[in-house]
Design a protein. Structure first.
Length: 214
């Protein structure tokens, strides 16, 4: 009988073939899809995020883990739909106006999806008014802003001011990240949090959502 620890370990080891075999065996054995997802796959991605923060895993490995998890979730999709598995939360993410960099942002989005979150990825060069419209339309719990260029950092502040001026700032927690960003800058522009990397972003978002629920 397959257990979720085996599924978790196969994903951390990036053993895609074994992972899909184990997930299918767990499904065939009657294990609830929600247990496979939460106790196996999401638990594994939590560990991957922690290892990335510690410098024990690197971006190529994390991307391979996310890809392996995506294939495993494909096996689970029909069962998850039937069980109506609850999302961990809704996150809106995008790179601010003037910045076309998306590798870090996409890695965060992939890890969030792997962590069971619903992710709306707006892409790059996103104007403040587009973020505002998307917050109104999607009602996310978290808005994650990314920037890689020092010249586009002020656009994060512009986006937060646009949220304030439109009256939707209080409806969403805003976190920021990217190579030139630091905690001091995040506090200065009125963001609710800062993450230095994808693993930190996943941990921060989970913490923010726990605080919101509490």
């Amino acid at each position: 009988m397959v257990d979720t620890a085996e599924i978790r370990d196969a994903l951390i080891a990036i053993d895609s073939h074994r992972l899909e075999t184990l997930v299918q065996a767990a499904v065939d054995g009657g294990m609830p899809a929600g247990d496979i997802l939460n106790q196996g796959l999401i638990a594994a991605m939590d560990i991957v995020g922690e290892r990335m923060e510690k410098g024990e895993m690197f971006i190529p490995e994390v991307l391979m883990c996310a890809k392996a998890m995506g294939a495993a979730i494909t096996v689970l999709k029909p069962m998850l739909a039937a069980e109506k598995a609850a999302s961990q939360g809704r996150v809106l993410i995008g790179t601010v106006k003037g910045d076309l960099h998306d590798i870090g942002k996409n890695l965060v989005a992939m890890m969030l999806k792997g962590g069971g979150f619903e992710v709306i990825n707006l892409g790059v060069d996103v104007a403040p008014e587009t973020f505002v419209e998307s917050v109104r339309a999607h009602r996310p719990h978290i808005l994650a802003l990314s920037a890689l260029l020092t010249t586009t950092m002020p656009m994060m502040h512009e986006t937060i001011r646009a949220l304030e001026n439109s009256g939707v700032r209080e409806t969403v927690a805003v976190i920021v990240g990217g190579a030139p960003i630091n905690r001091e800058f995040a506090e200065r522009i009125g963001a609710d949090g800062y993450a230095a990397d994808a693993g930190g972003a996943l941990k921060l978002i989970k913490r923010r959502l726990r605080e919101t629920v509490a």
